[in-house]
Design a protein around this ligand. Sequence first.
Ligand SMILES: [Zn+2]
Ligand SMILES: [Zn+2]
Length: 372
Amino acid sequence: MTSDYYTVLGVGRDASEADIKRAYRGLARKYHPDVATDKAGAETHFKEINEAYEVLSDPGKRQQYDRYGKVASGAGPAGAGGFGGFAEQGFTDIFDMFFGGRQAGPQRQAGPQRGADLRYDLQITLEDAFRGAEREISFNHLFSCETCSGSGARPGTLLQRCDRCGGSGAMRSVRQTPLGQFVTQTTCSKCDGEGTIIPTPCETCRGRGRIERTRTLTVKIPAGVDDGSRIRVSGNGEGGTRGGPAGDLYVYLNVAPHQRLRRDGNDLYTDVPIAFTQAALGGTIEIETLDGAAPVTIAAGTQSGTTFRVRGKGMPTVRGSSRGDVLATVHVVVPQKLSRKERELLEEFSRIGGDHIEDRTFFDRVKDAFAP
Ligand SMILES: [Zn+2]
Ligand SMILES: [Zn+2]
């Protein structure tokens, strides 16, 4: 390795620290033996890049290099030098790049943590969804311990820094590989990554900081909710740890199917049986809605399958004043039993031409009935 460090990194002699870091990251990403296609070539190049970066990223070593040039590998004022001594800083950077940073251990521990969110599935009726409702629900959750304020330590006692990991919550292990050393971090097993241990646990929660408790609360269901709607009850999830905020409770609504009304958006659909005489003579029929029966006038000669729209009698919108419609489809019902008198009258009706069906076929007329 004889190349000039600046040339290796492709930066000028006046490059800033940031420039050097940027150039190094770009090159390391390209030539890292794990990702490069030409493994052997990349390995040599990768070593050069790291050596150059090790020196140029350290202001002291860089100054020395600028003044005296390269110092023989493995000794001298340039420090560890050479690939074998792979500077820790260089490795941290690689770790950042290829393993998504070091967040696993140290940054996570010690501080307050927010509790988990909880999900509660609640079944309601279409009427509940229409009018809005209140429901009392009970569930178990982990509640932040009040005795120790969630710390897990008996009041008046203190947490101790974990002696195994020195409070970082993570254990570093260095693995030697032909490419140099690899640093891996694992969660400290003594403190579970917390960085602290509890010498005198709180008696209420036995050092866990949280207690399981049954919670009962009333959920307000706004009018207009649909199947699958979600209501957030903030702060009613699991308690946080070490004074962290509680999570939220999400109530998922499941609207049970109604016997006669089907919902589509804010509209409701229903089927209405009518007598064939009503269809022929016309008149007023009653259509079921969620706030009472609505009278609808049907014309003489109404065909089976005709849909009537009752405006503004459907579901309300959750936020807003508009309402959907009710769409009622009539179905002509043929009597299954006739009294003698009824039979006589219908026979008479038939004799005088009531059986006559116009040229248009029945199916055309049904199609007309559905036409807008
Ligand atoms: Zn530890
Ligand atoms: Zn406690």
